[in-house]
Design a protein around this ligand. Sequence first.
Ligand code: SF4
Length: 380
Amino acid sequence: QCVAVCPTGALTEVNNVRNVVDALNDPSKHVVAQVAPAIRVAIGEVFGMEPGSITTGQLATSLRRLGFDGVFDTNFAADLTILEEASELVHRLEHNGRLPILTSCCPAWVRFFEHQFPDLLDVPSTCKSPQMMFGAIAKTYYAKKIGVDPKDIVVVSIMPCLAKKTEAAREEMDIDQMHNVDLVLTTREFGAMLKEAGTNFSKLPPSEFDNILGESTGAAVIFGTTGGVIEAAVRTAYEWVTGDELEKVDFQQLRGLEGIRSATVKVGSQYLHIGIAHGLGNARKLLEDIRAGKSHYHAIEIMACPGGCIGGGGQPYHHGDMEILRKRQEAIYREDAGMKVRKSHENQEVLKLYEEFLGEPYGDRAHQLLHTHYSPKERI
Ligand code: SF4
């Protein structure tokens, strides 16, 4: 068994490649894959491509050739996350709710505040991460659509992250005592699996993800870098609050690689004060301010890894080289800029999911499947 150490210092990496191969070889199982946003700008490095090479289409083709029954995109679920998170933000703003709201899609960060700030558990968003929302929808809506027992569906995630493995195992995430994500491979593990299969990755013809969990927008892909989740949420919250079309979707003031950033965004008649931190040392400073009642932010995005998921502990090693992270980040924004649809609330597959199955964003069924809760945890 291969074990590697997590740069966040919290976890070890247990290699699940054999389990994935066993699932693919089991004819009684329907095996689906989801690919996180940050993978597409980094996995090429495993095959000698330049950092920042965009390989979205090659990823879809490679998964199909490995034999996955459904080849899907975590970006679909990132758009879904934004519908829930922007609803929660608007709800808290309109109902005098707890502010600031903190993003909750980074499991290393979630674990950190559960251990170290147990008095602030009502501050983070209750939204599950895109990985877990995908799993919840795959084992309910998708299972029903294709007529397969959820117990026979194996959800495999390709993630930039070691903490995503323990997130998948959290009991708080289960629905009907069933894990929604079964196996998680890091970018490096998936790269090794492709190499073992003799895949000439850089030469693969590109293809599309499958529907009905494959459509995504530019807002989803920017989840892969620090500042992206909050920018995606602002794109949606702006249009919901003002009722106006957002003509310029690029919020340059939310971008960059500085450890702590802050920006003010005008939304209708009000100003939203936004904080962004990556790296847990930086996160601690913002949390201490909240604890001391000194925070003036409405919303804060926190990611544990340098640069956000582009610098995740499961990505090809970057050894702290900021130039590599910068190239991956630029690629994320290029991919966003090249998308036809760049706002999560315009994702047609997501809208159909609400219409056919979930009901309203932030409604009862969405709460049941897409939200979670936190509890104080022992220090590790
Ligand atoms: Fe995982 Fe790091 Fe991304 Fe957090 S920032 S979700 S720990 S890769």
